[in-house]
Design a protein around this ligand. Structure first.
Ligand SMILES: Cc1cc2nc3c(=O)[nH]c(=O)nc-3n(C[C@H](O)[C@H](O)[C@H](O)COP(=O)(O)OP(=O)(O)OC[C@H]3O[C@@H](n4cnc5c(N)ncnc54)[C@H](O)[C@@H]3O)c2cc1C
Length: 392
């Protein structure tokens, strides 16, 4: 049985990150959201302090720290500035981690040192207009021509698609269908035939936008093939999907962080706001909301740490990741919403952070696997078999 107690060093690390985030990121958290500006200066500071490379192995210039430490880091950053946490997640658990686990030695040597310095950013591009939850319906295609590969297709909802210097693009090798033949290639900004569409205007996480990526006869050198699709089997696709575990842990950790911020704000407000001649904290109706929020936060945090530490072959256990993300996603919606409720009309006002927290928390239930898809994954484990989602 795993211990859920974080050791002292990790708690000290949390304090350091909390101090940093409160000092550097709190003041402008609303600014990035309001003006929809990518928090470049925060990313630069995190790079300078070495945090962007905290989960990257030491041989590429990183710190090689464990996934759970990344979870604590993201939690603390999301507690104050969600948009900065979103950027950090791209460096810690998302495409960067996928490259660490799946990339060739040459690719890692070429890209990771600059990534850690914040000079490179890799976006991950899987979703397509016709293939969201049904990832295996993707149609973006790679064809081998001589020593090169030609990429064609359109992707959507790629986080930081505009800012990214590279995109890790999931694509179908050859003409196979379903999960067979799906691999991944690196596309570099500036490659002929590669263009980025208009960023999406969205509800939350407004400083870090999603965009469409278009590939029109893009010539990909062999050196940029990360995972070659295996048309005769699903092996390449399974390898790619295994890299989703850390992403889901990071997503759950950010849910915990943003909810912790909302909870603390509501707790403090309830002690100062008076109605009927007494602080609203003295009403049992408010106390029970606080109790429920604290309990759900605690459960989500434990599930996240457990998923982050229970590794199988170097990756977090997929079932635990699915459960932690599912619970944390729905918890974050409930907790931020209750925190807004405790603030009454002030919570609804844009001069207070609550409405932003509610908006920011909402997106977690879409990116990285929806609750419906996560429930399908968990149910398949419960029953010991997958259920075909396709029309017969
Ligand atoms: C903030 C954010 C960031 C994102 N970043 C990226 C990124 O960087 N790269 C990237 O590739 N994608 C990204 N995405 C896209 C994300 O992965 C998709 O939104 C997600 O996979 C769902 O796809 P969809 O939006 O097309 O919804 P659909 O798949 O069309 O689903 C619509 C609804 O039907 C439900 N549904 C679908 N199938 C089933 C089923 N079998 N059983 C029950 N319910 C089902 C879904 O859960 C959902 O509620 C991001 C999304 C968001 C919101």
């Amino acid at each position: 049985m795993h211990s859920f107690q974080l050791d002292n060093d990790l708690e000290l690390f949390r304090q350091d990150v909390r101090t940093l985030a409160e000092k550097e990121f709190t003041a402008k958290a609303a600014h990035w959201d309001e003006h929809e500006i990518y928090p470049e200066e925060n990313k630069n500071l995190l790079a300078e302090l070495g945090y962007l490379g905290m989960l990257i192995p030491e041989q590429y210039g990183g710190l090689g720290l464990p996934i759970v430490q990344g979870a604590v880091f993201l939690e603390e950053i999301a507690r104050t500035c969600f948009n900065t946490a979103l950027v950090a997640q791209l460096y810690l658990n998302g495409p960067a981690k996928a490259l660490v686990e799946l990339g060739t030695e040459e690719q890692k040597q070429r890209l990771l040192p600059a990534l850690i310095k914040g000079e490179h950013l890799i976006a991950i591009s899987i979703s397509e207009p016709g293939a969201g939850s049904a990832v295996t319906d993707l149609t973006t295609n790679v064809k081998k021509v001589g020593n090169d590969y030609i990429l064609n297709g359109t992707k959507c909802f790629t986080t930081a698609g505009v800012e990214a210097t590279h995109a890790l693009v999931f694509a179908r090798f050859g003409d196979s269908k379903g999960s067979r033949g799906i691999g991944a290639v690196l596309v570099d900004k500036g490659m002929e035939g590669f263009s980025v569409g208009k960023p999406e205007r969205k509800m939350g996480g407004r400083a870090v936008k999603e965009a469409e990526l278009h590939f029109d006869q893009v010539r990909i050198p062999k050196a940029n093939i990360v995972v070659e699709g295996t048309p005769e089997s699903s092996a390449s696709f399974k390898r790619l999907m295994s890299s989703f575990g850390p992403e889901r842990v990071g997503n759950a950790a950010m849910c915990v962080g943003i909810s912790q911020g909302a909870y603390e704000t509501a707790l403090a407000y309830s002690e100062t706001r008076e109605q009927f001649g007494r602080p609203i904290a003295e009403f049992q109706g408010i106390q029970w909301k606080i109790a429920d929020m604290a309990t759900q936060l605690h459960a989500a945090r434990l599930m996240t740490y457990r998923a982050a530490t229970h590794l199988k072959n170097g990756f977090p256990d997929p079932l635990e990741c699915a459960m932690a993300k599912l619970y944390a996603n729905e918890m974050a919606q409930r907790v931020t919403n209750e925190a807004l409720q405790i603030h009454g009309h002030y919570g609804y006002c844009r001069d207070y952070p609550l409405e932003r927290m509610v908006r920011d928390a909402r997106g977690f239930s879409l990116g990285g696997g929806t609750p419906e898809i996560l429930r399908n994954t968990i149910a398949a484990q419960c029953y010991g078999r997958s259920f075909n989602q396709r029309r017969a």
